[in-house]
Design a protein around this ligand. Structure first.
Ligand code: BTN
Length: 254
């Protein structure tokens, strides 16, 4: 098993999240599935669950998330969470993770980190309510070392292409404080204060895009709730992230 900086992470995060625990497992079906099971069973303590291998990793919109042992960082963070408005949460998480990784990491609405038009990482946000209290489970998968294209014409990006000495443990240690602080800020103030920080990394802005529900147009950026602004012949359309994925023209790394 890789050496994980679990204690250093715990020391940094427990002042922000009282009762915080860190668990690293050699194998599980999915870190997000496991934390959702615990949340539904009424276990509400803030938990970071890291897996070296997931046998049933899940992506957005029911897609599988595949990763090889040692080549990626796969983890989920569960915490009690009750924002006034959940809109834009995956974008806020993307901002926190991208900023803690590298200045050149871009954000592809609504939940991907990109580098040089290739997917570097994905974010899966889920919510659970138990006993009237709501929790969020934030699942993140980051490609650390290059892996084969697996049916895509372009291979995914890997963090070692930007940060040659990157390891899964060091990456996790680096991003956790920013992730927790951003979630706490989001809970109080929503997405609007993060809009400008998303926009400087927005890889779709100014590009012609297609949405999975059949719309196309020029991406104009995002609004204060994180909706994608699409310019169409008839005017501007706002696309909500819940059931839609977006593909720019000339790429298939969605
Ligand atoms: C996506 O790009 O569609 C989101 C991918 C999210 C993958 C991560 S890996 C850790 C956590 N556990 C899962 O089963 N999924 C998320």
């Amino acid at each position: 098993m890789e050496l994980w900086p679990a204690e250093s992470i715990w020391e940094q995060i427990s002042p922000l999240l009282p009762g915080f625990t860190v668990e690293v497992l050699p194998e599980i079906d999915s870190t997000s599935t496991e934390l959702m099971r615990r949340a539904r069973a009424g276990r509400t303590e803030p938990t970071l669950l890291v897996a070296e291998r997931q046998t049933a990793g899940r992506g957005r919109l029911g897609r599988p998330w595949q990763s090889a042992v040692g080549d990626s960082l796969t983890f989920s963070l569960a915490l009690p969470f009750a924002p006034c408005d959940w809109s834009g949460l995956s974008l806020a998480v993307g901002v926190a993770v991208a900023e803690s990784l590298h200045p050149d990491v871009g954000l592809k609405w609504p939940n991907d980190l990109w580098w040089q038009d290739r997917k570097l990482a994905g974010i899966l946000i889920e919510a659970a309510t138990s006993g009237g209290r709501s929790q969020v489970v934030v699942g993140i998968g980051i490609n650390i070392r290059p892996r084969p294209a697996e049916g895509l014409s372009t291979p995914p990006a890997a963090l070692t292409e930007l940060w040659p000495e990157a390891s899964a443990g060091a990456t996790l240690l680096r991003l956790m404080p920013a992730l927790v602080r951003t979630l706490q800020d989001f809970e109080r103030h929503g997405f609007a204060p993060l809009q400008a920080r998303f926009e400087v990394r927005d890889v779709l802005r100014g590009r012609e895009v297609h949405t999975s529900d059949g719309h196309s147009g020029m991406a104009l950026g995002v609004g204060p709730t994180g909706a994608l602004r699409l310019q169409q012949a008839g005017g501007e359309r706002l696309i909500d992230s819940s059931e839609v994925s977006v593909r720019p023209l000339n790429t298939n790394t969605n």
